[in-house]
Write a protein that binds this ligand. Structure first.
Ligand SMILES: Cc1cc2nc3c(=O)[nH]c(=O)nc-3n(C[C@H](O)[C@H](O)[C@H](O)COP(=O)(O)OP(=O)(O)OC[C@H]3O[C@@H](n4cnc5c(N)ncnc54)[C@H](O)[C@@H]3O)c2cc1C
Length: 374
């Protein structure tokens, strides 16, 4: 059996790519090892539609986030996907932090985030009276979204276009065949193994994307495709729903790995703190939240959210970022690459798909399609 396009992984990005590619080709298979879509990173994140503020100008992260933000809002409006363009404050709690807001503003504007603006202490008070800050930036186009409903929409769009979503099916190995096709070796839930060939192979394997690329024969060390796991834990805040109505972030830490413990709200107005960023040298899938982090979360958030009490916090959930950097390394961009230059025409690897992967998913899907049609 030969099929045209195989997509590995039914997270946000695999589903968005499937929905896009199946617009023009019915011969699309999505292979997912779990019983349902979005059971890994795509359901373990902050559900924030980012504006594109922090990423280096001209990076894929910056470009796809800014484009993705707009496309995601349009999609949500057109298809009744629950979301709210609630806006976000980046708050400085002292003069030293306030001095950093300028460079964040400059970077955001260089990325095309035109609506971000500095606001005064009085304006902060008007927007969010419960927040303590000496200065802030306000980003009106940051928002929140129900990612499960987004994924359900993308799955049904792909299916309606004729794509096949095959769950409980793990890709064990992929190999190059003569004539430019690829053999996909899979195992189903009964342990049966079989293989088929595909013309195009799109690796949206999330936390396993580097291993999948390696299984194909790509040198992931030489090409710097190796992913490093960074856990992000969250604590929920009890009894303070609707005390803030926007996302509230501190000035980011200078460690290149996270945005600092911040306050997100969900569509019901509940506040959640997080994520932190903990390097996992062992690369495991441990999603437990360490209760001992409660003190650090409280101290971090209490600086700008003084209404939060220590006992309001309880461990909520965790996600794992597939980063391309180890501790101390410089920030890395997404890798979204068609592999003709390495001798694998028709293969697209998506590696290091951490934040803003949710925000960018529709723009990423269009970008992948362009890579395969150019
Ligand atoms: C803590 C945290 C907070 C975040 N917050 C935000 C945010 O607020 N806004 C934002 O824009 N982004 C955010 N992100 C990033 C966003 O969640 C991810 O970029 C996005 O979910 C990645 O989607 P994906 O489809 O690449 O990966 P995944 O959701 O991990 O999907 C990959 C899929 O591939 C499958 N798979 C892997 N190997 C195989 C195999 N061999 N065979 C078959 N199937 C396989 C897996 O089972 C999985 O379902 C956050 C991430 C984290 C960790």
């Amino acid at each position: 059996m030969e099929i045209e396009t195989t997509i590995i992984g039914a997270g946000l990005i695999g589903l968005a790519v499937a929905a896009e590619i199946s617009e023009e080709s019915e011969d699309v298979f999505v292979l997912e090892k779990n019983p349902k879509f979005g059971q890994e990173t795509s359901s373990r994140n902050s559900e924030v539609i980012h504006a594109g503020i922090y990423y280096p100008p001209n990076s894929l992260k910056a470009k796809l986030c800014v484009e993705g933000n707009q496309r995601l809002y349009e999609l949500c409006q057109a298809h009744q996907i629950p979301h709210r363009k609630c806006g976000k404050l980046i708050v400085a709690t002292n003069d030293e932090e306030a001095a950093q807001l300028d460079s964040i503003l400059t970077q955001a504007r260089a990325n095309g985030v035109d609506d971000i603006q500095p606001i005064s202490r009085k304006q902060i008070n008007q927007l969010e009276p419960a927040v303590k800050a000496v200065a802030a930036l306000y980003s009106p186009s940051t928002g929140i979204i129900d990612t499960h409903r987004l994924m359900a929409y993308l799955e049904s769009k792909a299916k309606n276009n004729g794509a096949n979503l095959v769950y409980k099916t793990q890709v064990e190995r992929v190999s190059r065949c003569d004539g430019g096709a690829y053999a996909v070796h899979i195992v189903n839930p009964d342990g049966q193994r079989f293989s088929y060939t595909t013309r195009y192979l799109i690796n949206c394997g999330g936390l396993e994307a580097d291993h999948i690329a390696a299984a194909l024969g790509i040198d992931i060390v030489a090409n710097q495709y190796e992913q490093h796991f960074w856990k992000g834990e969250y604590f929920s805040v009890r009894g303070k729903a609707h005390v803030v109505n926007r996302l509230v972030y501190p000035v980011p830490l200078p460690n290149n790995v996270g945005l600092g413990v911040h306050a997100t709200i969900d569509l019901n107005g509940q506040i959640r703190l997080g994520p932190n960023a903990k390097y996992l040298p062992e690369r495991n899938y441990d999603y437990t939240v360490d209760q001992a982090e409660q003190k650090a979360f409280f101290e971090s958030a209490h600086r700008f959210l003084p209404f939060i009490q220590y006992e309001d916090l309880s461990p909520a959930m965790a996600g794992i970022r597939p980063k391309l950097q180890r501790p101390g390394d410089a920030v890395r961009d997404f890798i979204i690459h068609e592999e003709s230059d390495k001798g694998f025409p028709g293969v697209v690897n998506l590696v290091g798909m951490e934040s803003p992967g949710l925000t960018s998913c529709i723009a990423i899907a269009r970008y992948v399609k362009r890579l395969l049609t150019n």
